[in-house]
Write a protein that binds this ligand. Sequence first.
Ligand SMILES: Nc1nc(=O)c2c([nH]1)NC[C@@H]1CN(c3ccc(C(=O)N[C@@H](CCC(=O)O)C(=O)O)cc3)C=[N+]21
Ligand SMILES: [Mg+2]
Length: 297
Amino acid sequence: MTANIIDGKAAAERLRQQVGLEVSRLVTEYQLQPGLAVVLVGDDPASQVYVRNKGRQTVAAGMLSLEHKLDVAVPENELLALVDRLNNDPAVHGILVQLPLPGHIDEQRVLQAIDPAKDVDGFHPANVGRLATGDPAAMAPCTPMGCTLMLREQFDGALCGQNALVIGRSNIVGKPMAQLLLRESCTVTIAHSRTRDLPALCRQADIVVAATGRPEMVRGDWIKPGAVVIDVGINRIRFEGEEKARLVGDVAFDEVVEVAGATTPVPGGVGPMTIACLLRNTVVAACLQRGVSCGLV
Ligand SMILES: Nc1nc(=O)c2c([nH]1)NC[C@@H]1CN(c3ccc(C(=O)N[C@@H](CCC(=O)O)C(=O)O)cc3)C=[N+]21
Ligand SMILES: [Mg+2]
């Protein structure tokens, strides 16, 4: 038996369609055009690609897209001043500061400067706390939210009671992923680099979310037959004798696809859903700021 390969591009396209319809309604009924500001510091080529894709898709959904590109050497106080201007700009409903930031900038300080109401990444401590306390109004981080939407679809909404293993404990993916799965009433385990006998733990899981940053770490013989495996990894690897770098996940796809019930590919899995969730969060944020109800929640 081979796994159902989850089509993240198609799922993202459907979500963006819904977002676009909601944007048209907000424009027509309230003259409310949701706006997203993306701040990019430095000129990392991969980051530039993501930011360009975000901008394109934001505009395609009928929203306003603002891009701010700052020099890699920008002083921290200039970045903080820009965040402050965006916080006070009524045309901006969502703010995303692309991570990672250069070493001379205190990342936590910048994230905490973003108005929590405009924090569409869900990285501000206020939103982290809201997610942890189960506040339905919490802005949840886009990557884990995208994973959750794909999992709901795979399980026909019946995530309740499933054994979920999250591999990785970052603030951006692992921890919020665990919170979202807990909210779905999964039995959640968080594994990390110090976990003992990870393969044995993994074999008990009905759901595996791999966010380790280690290319192809999760092997086929770690997977319980029929389990659903979500691959959050994006690793650019140069193979011997190949001109271009290849994108591989944290899951050994060729092995896992033979055992799992369903799995996400890289590319074309979690990545596209991440961006679609960013658009969704921006529309939800705009509605909350204007005090109108949102068709996307
Ligand atoms: N504040 C902040 N928020 C983020 O959400 C954030 C960030 N910083 N920094 C960088 C990471 C990375 N990220 C991706 C989004 C989409 C794809 C994506 O669409 N990937 C395509 C492939 C793209 C390619 O070919 O490189 C795919 O997986 O199919 C990838 C990566 C968001 N991030
Ligand atoms: Mg880790």
